[in-house]
Design a protein around this ligand. Structure first.
Ligand code: SF4
Length: 276
């Protein structure tokens, strides 16, 4: 449809535009049609997109441009064409990659590796840490099921997914200002977590990112649970463990060691102290 007509259709009060959609079936007769349409997700909020194009400028993913007979490439964040109505951008996604689906933390593997390829190490780490608080620790001790399923392994070797997140994490921990995620808004509720193993610290990390005030109570004299007393130091150096736990503390999580639940504190005492 050429542009002036398109604008007219877009403004017509009796016409609803269903974009990014395909017609699966059309049945009925003139004046009484029934259409079955599948609308694909746009992954962009139409009410918020101002069509500024900033997302496409920073998008690290290049895909074939189907609007140019695949002779050129476009970004995965894209606008179909200059006069498209509505003028909002969309994001091409091909479902969940096997590496992401297999990672127990559901890390966006393709995303952080694409950012590493662009040299955007900090952004890669920030993306990783949206799903996982321990890129340096798991960069050493995870059994990396993501690499076992990496489709690159079908043609040569799987990508070094684990070592890549270890690399960005180590780089960050050695920097002058390591990345410390901050909550978007503060909440008043206080949360107590019993045990500072990987599960307890991960819960503390995500609750703090969501603005809760979190205290972790640990029975042992050191934080980290099995990471600190189960995994040998030659597999997981203790300085790395302390640095990544330190980031969680810098986020505002309080870790109190040497406190046994059921002896030093109880559910009633925690409630009396204002924990939710
Ligand atoms: S190596 Fe990293 S990305 Fe792979 S499964 Fe483990 S934590 Fe997830």
């Amino acid at each position: 449809m050429i542009s002036p007509k398109l604008v007219e259709v877009g403004r017509h009060l009796n016409i609803e535009l269903i974009t990014n959609a395909e017609l699966l079936e059309l049945r009925g007769e003139e004046g009484n049609f029934e259409a079955i349409i599948r609308q694909n997700p746009r992954y962009v909020d139409l009410s918020k997109c101002t069509s500024c194009g900033e997302c496409a400028k920073v998008c690290p993913i290049e895909v074939e441009n189907e609007y140019d007979e695949r002779l050129s490439t476009r970004k995965a964040a894209y606008k179909r064409y200059a006069q498209a109505i509505p003028g909002a951008y969309a994001i091409s996604k091909r479902g969940t990659a096997p590496c992401k689906a297999t990672c127990p933390a559901h890390v966006s593997v393709q995303g952080y590796i694409a950012l590493i390829r662009e040299g955007k190490y900090r952004e890669a780490l920030e993306l990783f840490k949206e799903a996982h608080p321990f890129p340096a620790i798991c960069g050493r001790v995870c059994h990396h099921p993501c690499e076992g399923i990496c489709t690159r392994g079908d043609v040569e070797e799987p990508l070094a997914i684990q070592y890549l997140h270890r690399f960005i994490a180590d780089l960050d921990l050695e920097s002058e200002e390591p990345y410390v995620p901050q909550p978007e808004e503060e909440r008043y509720e206080r949360i107590a977590i019993i045990g500072s193993g990987p599960a307890g610290l991960s819960a503390a990390y995500f609750l703090r990112r969501n603005g809760y005030k979190v205290t972790v109570f640990e029975k042992l004299p050191v934080a980290g649970g099995m990471m600190a007393v189960g995994i040998p130091a030659y597999r997981l150096p203790r300085d790395i463990l302390k640095l990544e736990i330190g980031i969680i503390e810098k986020m505002g999580v309080e870790i109190r060691t040497g406190i046994t639940f059921g002896k030093d504190i109880t559910l009633d005492s925690l409630k009396a102290d204002g924990y939710s």
